[in-house]
Design a protein around this ligand. Structure first.
Ligand SMILES: [Zn+2]
Length: 98
């Protein structure tokens, strides 16, 4: 076997290892990038954090507070909050299916 063949094999192995490592890091970066994009598309989710009371632009406390802002939690009774939430859900579904 000529010596060049052995060198070539070593070189090939070296190159394929480097390429594999590069691909690995590229894939890792790609995943990070995709995660970053997912975070950027979050406004649709953060919009859902708005208080369910009609016309209220306050940020709600999230599912823990039934998506009702602090102000309306004080102002409205529990059934009133629920009604506001149900109404919001209806309009939200209508927007989705439109
Ligand atoms: Zn509110």
């Amino acid at each position: 076997m000529p010596r060049n063949d052995l060198l070539e094999q070593l070189a090939e192995r070296f190159v394929s290892t480097v390429v594999a490592k590069l691909n690995g890091s590229l894939q890792a970066n790609g995943l990070k990038g995709r995660r970053g994009v997912a975070k950027k598309s979050a406004p649709a989710f953060s919009r859902n954090m708005v208080c369910r009371v009609e016309g209220c632009r306050n940020k709600s406390g999230g599912p823990r507070w039934g998506y009702i802002c602090e102000e309306h939690r004080k102002k409205l009774s529990k059934p009133e909050q629920r009604r506001a939430r149900e109404k919001w859900n209806k309009t939200h579904e209508a927007v989705k299916s439109a």
